[in-house]
Design a protein around this ligand. Structure first.
Ligand code: SF4
Length: 223
């Protein structure tokens, strides 16, 4: 029989109460004020966010996507112009090249529509499972997907829910034990929780709302 997570309803309730005061990460904003939220803008913003702080991603996304929000508009820009708009995101030169390549592929091979399957998204150069899942959830607004980044991988392991080595393994392991009703909220809740409380080194266990439910696996030091 598949193991279930104990006290999951209580845990999600406590996390939601604790985290609703915080701003959610850029790619999962329910609604951007300055950018039209489409599968394409979600995809590009997610590419910008890789190895980049949220505040930097947020501003770079607005500079690029406020005006250039379709693949057709992006391919008309030079790589230099994209670089200028997205700087200082991490790897801005590689990302500007990628963004143009992906835009060209979407126009040529997908009739200007961002693929709406994980398999289709994974065929785009530089798109991995995390980005593909984020586009499905926050771009196409579809249920049944679990985007896993470093926080979503680390925290369920600390809690003792799973014992996995990589984010991809975590995605498949969690899908077996996490009730489906929580999949849509999982990414933005756990990313925010991982940025504010259950941080990578020395988590703030003393102010953690779910400390009573945590096995603190591999937590050597906490505050
Ligand atoms: S008790 Fe500590 S390790 Fe466990 S979830 Fe909370 S902050 Fe993270």
């Amino acid at each position: 029989m598949v193991k279930k997570i104990e006290y999951i309803d209580e845990i999600f309730k406590l996390l939601k109460e604790e985290l609703e005061q915080h701003k959610f990460p850029p790619v999962s904003h329910p609604k951007w004020d300055e950018i039209i939220n489409t599968p394409f803008t979600t995809l590009i913003s997610c590419i910008l966010s890789l190895r980049t702080k949220d505040e930097v991603t947020d501003k770079a996304s607005v500079r690029l996507l406020k005006k250039y929000n379709t693949p057709e508009k992006i391919v008309k820009l030079s790589e230099k112009k994209i670089q200028k708009l997205i700087y200082p995101v991490g790897f801005y030169k590689t990302k500007s090249k990628r963004i143009k390549e992906i835009s060209n592929t979407i126009i040529d091979e997908y009739n200007s529509q961002v693929p709406d399957t994980i398999e289709g998204l994974l065929k785009l150069k530089g798109v991995g499972r995390k980005t593909a899942n984020i586009v499905m959830v926050y771009g196409h607004k579809k249920s049944g997907f679990l985007p896993i980044d470093t926080h979503c991988h680390r925290i369920p392991n600390r809690l003792g829910w799973i014992n996995t080595k990589t984010p991809d393994e975590t995605e498949f392991a969690l899908k077996k034990i996490l009730p489906k009703k929580y999949w849509d909220d999982f990414n933005h809740l756990f990313v925010t929780f991982g940025q504010k409380i259950c941080v990578p080194i020395s988590p703030f266990c003393s102010k953690c709302p779910i400390e009573n439910y945590c096995k603190k696996i591999s937590v050597l030091k906490s505050r």
